[in-house]
Design a protein around this ligand. Structure first.
Ligand code: CTP
Length: 143
């Protein structure tokens, strides 16, 4: 049996213009926790995306991103967050924090430490190569 079977996993992201890399991420998380586990997508609110990525504008607003992500069979729920950190997760009942290889900044480091101290496991999954929201925008712009 998979060691994560039945657990509750959370993962952070903006998930704008939902694409194959996102689908693969959630497929892999679902594979980890199995059908009896829970998968929660923590979705960054619009105001904070704009604050942390100056000049960057989402195609879809929060409510639309939330609806889109919740149509995925592999996702149970999309939950809003403002910034990555303990505040965003401390009221959630979860066992597993799934991150991408780019999630290395100080906020994540502090969160990893909190996870270690609070019995939450951190699992890093590789990104799907060749696709990102940014890349998708470039491809469409250059068509
Ligand atoms: N992700 C992935 N494979 C990709 C793109 C993203 O596994 N090809 C994962 C990231 O590692 C992260 C999550 O999806 O855990 C959310 O990433 P997000 O920043 O919302 O998507 P990107 O496509 O990377 O967006 P951007 O180009 O705006 O950074």
């Amino acid at each position: 049996m998979n060691e994560h079977e039945g657990k509750t996993a959370i993962t952070f992201g903006v998930f704008d213009l939902l694409h194959f890399g996102h689908f693969e991420l959630f497929r892999r998380i679902r594979e980890l926790v199995g059908p009896t586990g829970k998968v929660y997508a923590l979705l960054q609110i619009d105001e904070m995306v704009e604050k942390y990525k100056p000049g960057y504008k989402n195609v879809y607003d929060f409510a639309t991103r939330q609806k889109m992500i919740e149509t995925l069979r592999s996702v149970d729920k999309a939950i809003p967050y403002d910034v990555v950190g303990v505040e965003a997760v401390k009221d959630l009942d979860f066992n597993l924090l799934v991150v991408g290889p780019e999630h290395t900044n100080e906020r994540f480091q502090k969160l990893f430490k909190w996870c270690a101290e609070n019995g939450k496991e951190v699992v890093m999954l590789p990104r799907t190569q060749g696709i990102s929201t940014t890349r998708l925008k470039e491809i469409i712009r250059d068509l």
